[in-house]
Design a protein around this ligand. Structure first.
Ligand code: SAH
Length: 216
């Protein structure tokens, strides 16, 4: 299997054809080898139009969802970005090639360790991974230009709004444990927020102090 050809097809048929137009997002999706972030046995499916299991009952998101969420962050290259839910590290890799610095939090240790290895193997050294409950954000590194949450939350934790710079963007799935709405929040210069509902989606649960209380 030629991964480069598979990746190009993925970008054309799943990303561009569905309306993602930010050149920098398209370039990042063409560049980052998604198959590096899934188990070897699943490498052949890495470019298919679907989420895939990554172990620990978690998933790597569908490529289109990664592209859409990233586009909503409006990254130009100089940003400091926070991701909650490192998972495989694929979304973090996309952010790493599009922004200046990436801070990502994962609560499941084996996933954080595997993501670190995959990111290191690609030389993406501008990604910091922390093993902890990301529902409280990353206070020590705040404020951020953009925050992306890749697990479904019951509500928007106030910490995320507090840790955004004025003008900053937050993208987060909000809803029940079974289905959510992808929400974008833009923090205004005066500190107020503007909320926009983007589309329906399905993510694994955001589990923690300001998320769901367990992952049963
Ligand atoms: N962005 C990932 C997709 C991750 S799936 C990727 O590109 O592969 C969601 C991840 O969020 C899971 O790995 C899950 O363990 C993690 N997660 C859930 N609740 C969390 C929390 N409170 N803090 C940090 N990570 C959390």
């Amino acid at each position: 299997m030629n991964f480069e050809i598979a990746r190009k097809r993925m970008v054309e048929s799943q990303i561009i054809a569905r309306g993602v137009s930010d050149r920098r997002v398209i370039e990042a999706m063409l560049k980052v080898p998604r198959h590096v972030f899934v188990e070897e046995a699943m490498a052949a499916q890495a470019y298919s139009d679907t989420p895939l299991p990554i172990g620990e009952k978690q998933t790597i998101s569908q490529p289109y969802m990664v592209a859409l969420m990233t586009e909503l962050l409006e990254l130009k290259g100089k940003e400091k970005v926070l991701e909650i839910g490192t998972g495989s590290g694929y979304q973090a890799a996309i952010l790493a090639v599009m922004a200046d610095r990436v801070y990502t939090v994962e609560r499941i240790r084996p996933l954080a360790l595997r993501a670190r290895k995959a990111l290191d193997s690609l030389g993406l050294l501008n990604v910091n991974i922390k093993m902890s409950d990301g529902t409280v954000g990353w206070e020590d590194e705040a404020p951020f230009d953009a925050i992306i949450v890749t697990a479904g939350a019951p509500d928007i934790p106030q910490q995320y709004i507090d840790q955004l710079k004025p003008g900053g963007r937050l993208v987060i799935p909000v809803g029940t444990q079974f289905e959510q709405v992808l929400v974008r929040v833009v923090k205004q210069e005066d500190g107020s927020v503007e909320r926009e509902d983007i589309t329906g989606c399905r993510f694994v649960k955001l589990v923690g102090k300001f998320g769901w209380s367990s992952d049963d």
